[in-house]
Design a binder for this molecule. Structure first.
Ligand code: G6P
Length: 607
């Protein structure tokens, strides 16, 4: 999703903005641009495509400047193009935007009726034109910004400069994340702290309806009544090293290598006396003991983690768990009431659909828990309780280590609930918790250490046009993630099916050499999955089997990857690492842009 940066300081602003935009590349984008203060007002340069295009433009048009704003755009309104790229300019105002302005078409129609000429197809340009009008009327930036925002609906964050106010950048938060940071030789506004970790870890999070005015010697925050707001300066836990590749060819591979440690760290941070600790997340043992059902809402990979959490919670705690695709939550009937637990799972904590689902759950009186990786994110602020996962920054668009820590959180919740309800003895609960703390991280590392084996298996499938994933039970939940990972980064069509469902339609797509990845980690389901493997084999499929060494008849598959032996309840941790590495190497063998796959955004802050 769009990345925002603004800088006011003493050093070369173009360099600072490009550095920050490079750090924001992970969010996904298709064009980029900057506005810089030059000798006589501002200059705006923008270009479709990768940042290197913008860098070339800057190299051809060097601008000595110490203040400016920059943007990476992920197209929503209007195709990727130079004209649609941000910043958008009207009169003295130059503005970059993340989010969506819902009433932009009405504003545009009214302004066009009055003779305004629009240069882009974006929703953003309506905002910049309104702001230009307001600034002409008021001659005062803060009231012009407030007046403009009152006319806009939707959720958005802006960084703004006015050509006649050299050295000052304004940042506004209304529904989309924005921070301001104290740098070494100047100050910033940015979409998130990873944008500036190379320069500083000191930042403030803007709250809703706050405006930051950033200059080279300070940051002043005001609310929409014009009152100054005292903000707490935070220090990011994440350091710049953790947001860099550290010798790996891609962030995704680095992050898979960090998965084991992330899981161990997350579990360690949420244990008390050997048992999962949810008291600190606002869920008492008594509350868990009375729990009748759980609803989990999330998007993408986080939703897939929820599917595993469902199976584990239902198995251990014996209560029903619904997993909802967050973007659909508001359209179905909501069966939540007081005393129910609603869990929102999100790496970024800024996913608009997940936040909208959380809002609905709160309206229905449910107790809400956010399982979230980004401290200070909207989810961490808005949920009643927060379980902070400890994956560190995840830069690659395709989520890997964040899935691992989300699983860890959901397993701990399942164990805690089962123990509180008396479905699991304290001894067994301790044993399971200990397994998550030590054994599972070491088994994940074992899979990672066999990366070259997985690369060889991937090379067998690298020319595939379509890959199917099948599994039953927990393995079905896992297969969804394996399939998603593959399509996200390799662009190979892929579908995931409950192994028993394949024969009810999709098996018609199996022909000679069609790749099928069969995930079979649950001993009580081996026999049934063997039948399903035979069904696809009989139609010519080329089957890669992911299973533990005790799988009988592994020779029915064409190739096999044995995951290390663990209790069957915990196999998703190791099996998913194998699937992530498989997807990574398929994409790498095909020469894909792994960390920045086309069309995708890391943090989707629009509904
Ligand atoms: C986007 C990303 C996915 C991610 C999903 C949910 O679609 O590309 O990798 O799983 O958002 O993100 P969240 O930050 O809420 O976990």
């Amino acid at each position: 999703m769009c990345g925002i940066i603004g800088y006011s300081g003493h050093e070369n602003a173009a360099d600072k903005l490009i550095h920050a935009l490079t750090s924001l590349e992970y969010r996904g984008y298709d064009s980029a641009g900057v506005t810089l203060f030059a000798e006589n007002g501002t200059v705006t340069l923008k270009k479709q495509g990768r940042l290197k295009n913008l860098q070339q433009l800057l190299a051809d048009n060097p601008i000595a400047s110490v203040c400016g704003i920059g943007h990476t755009r992920w197209a929503t309104h209007g195709k990727p193009s130079d004209d649609n790229a941000h910043p958008h300019v009207s009169g003295k105002v130059s503005l970059v935007h993340n989010g969506i302005i819902e009433n932009y078409a009405d504003i545009r129609r009214d302004l066009e009726r009055d003779g305004a000429v629009f240069l882009s197809d974006t929703d953003t340009e309506s905002a910049v034109k309104l702001l230009d009008d307001a600034y002409r009327q008021t001659g005062e930036p803060l009231s012009a910004i407030r007046q403009t925002c009152e006319q806009l609906t939707g959720s958005y964050a802006f960084a703004i400069v006015f050509a006649d106010i050299n050295g000052k950048v304004f940042g506004v938060r209304r529904g989309s994340p924005l921070i301001a940071a104290y740098g070494q030789d100047g100050n910033f506004v940015a979409s998130d702290i990873t944008a500036v970790l190379w320069d500083t870890r000191r930042y403030i999070s803007l709250d809703e309806n706050e405006i930051a005015a950033v200059t080279n010697d300070g940051i002043v925050v005001t609310d929409f009544d014009g009152k100054a707001v005292a903000k707490e300066t935070k220090t990011a836990e994440w350091d710049s090293e953790s947001a860099e590749k550290g010798g790996f060819p891609h962030f995704m591979l680095k992050e898979i290598h960090e998965e084991a440690e992330s899981v161990g760290r997350t579990v360690a941070a949420h244990i008390k006396d050997g048992l999962p600790d949810f008291q600190s997340c606002g869920l008492s043992r008594q509350f868990l003991s009375k729990l009748k059902s759980v609803t989990i809402a999330a998007c993408g990979t986080a939703m897939h983690a929820g599917l595993v959490g469902k199976t584990v919670t239902e198995r251990l705690a014996g209560i029903p768990v619904r997993v909802e695709v967050a973007s659909e939550f508001r359209y179905g009937s909501v069966f939540l009431e007081e005393g129910d637990l609603f869990v929102a799972v999100s790496q970024s904590g800024e996913t608009a659909d997940t936040l909208a689902a959380l809002d609905i759950a709160k309206q229905h009186g449910a107790r809400t828990l956010g399982i979230v990786n980004a401290a200070g994110s909207a989810l961490s602020r808005e949920a009643d309780g927060v379980f902070l996962t400890m994956a560190g920054p995840e830069i690659s668009v395709a989520s890997t280590k964040a899935y691992g820590v989300q699983l860890a959180a959901l397993y701990l919740l399942a164990i805690a609930t089962a123990e509180a309800k008396g479905k699991l003895s304290s001894e067994d609960a301790r044993l399971f918790t200990q397994t998550l703390l030590t054994e599972i991280p070491s088994k994940i590392s074992e899979v990672v250490s066999r990366e070259s084996e997985i690369r060889t298996l991937a090379s067998d499938f690298m020319n595939a046009k379509s890959v199917f994933f099948i599994g039953r039970g927990l393995d079905c939940a896992l297969s969804y993630e394996g399939s998603l990972k593959l399509k996200e980064i390799s662009y190979i069509h892929s579908e995931s099916y409950a192994a028993g469902e394949m024969k009810h339609g999709t098996i018609s797509l199996i022909e000679e050499n069609t790749p099928v990845v069969a995930v079979a980690t649950q001993p009580e389901l081996f026999t049934k999955t063997i039948s399903n493997i035979r069904e696809v084999k009989a139609r010519g499929a080329n089957v890669l089997l992911i299973c533990p060494a005790n799988f009988p008849n592994a020779d029915i598959a064409d190739t096999v990857f044995n995951i290390p032996a663990t209790s069957e309840l915990f196999t998703p941790f190791t099996a998913v690492t194998a699937l992530q590495l498989f997807a990574y190497h398929m994409a790498e063998l095909r020469g894909r842009d792994i960390d920045k796959p086309r069309n995708l955004a890391k943090s989707v802050t629009v509904e």
